[in-house]
Design a protein around this ligand. Structure first.
Ligand SMILES: [Zn+2]
Length: 135
């Protein structure tokens, strides 16, 4: 089992503010294009598929599966104490793949296609980081 991962305070851009307001409330918020329906990750001002500015926020299920992962055994700085820890791409049920950490599991038990759900790591500064744990 990995140690407690540090939860550094994020830099919040105006485009991503609704996402961070969501994580602070325990919600995963994503954008969907009102023009073409594409679900967008990461938060931004224009749809990457059709360039529409009509992106609308919605609350996602928080469910997904591990698409790919790596076990980091040589973390740097504050992350050294938390090693080994899991860095992964999670494919959300809504489609996008999110670069994240998998927590609450022995890194050696992590595998491709493992169902996961979102959890929110409190930074202690009014924000929370999106991570995932086995569903
Ligand atoms: Zn679009």
């Amino acid at each position: 089992m990995s140690g407690q991962l540090p939860a550094p305070t994020p830099d919040i851009s105006p485009e991503a503010a609704p996402f961070w307001e969501g994580t602070a409330r325990g919600e995963l918020r994503l954008q969907r294009c009102g023009q073409c329906g594409t679900v967008v990750w990461y938060p931004r001002g224009l749809c990457p598929s059709c360039s529409s500015s009509g992106l609308e926020w919605f609350t996602a299920t928080g469910s997904g599966r591990i698409y790919s992962f790596s076990v980091n055994r040589r973390g740097d700085g504050a992350f050294r104490e938390a090693s080994p820890f899991v860095l992964a791409y999670v494919e959300l049920d809504e489609g996008p793949r999110v670069l994240t950490n998998i927590v609450g599991v022995d890194p050696d038990a992590v595998e491709i296609d493992l169902p996961v759900r979102a959890v929110f790591a409190d930074t202690g500064a009014g924000t929370a980081l999106l991570r995932f744990r086995p569903a």
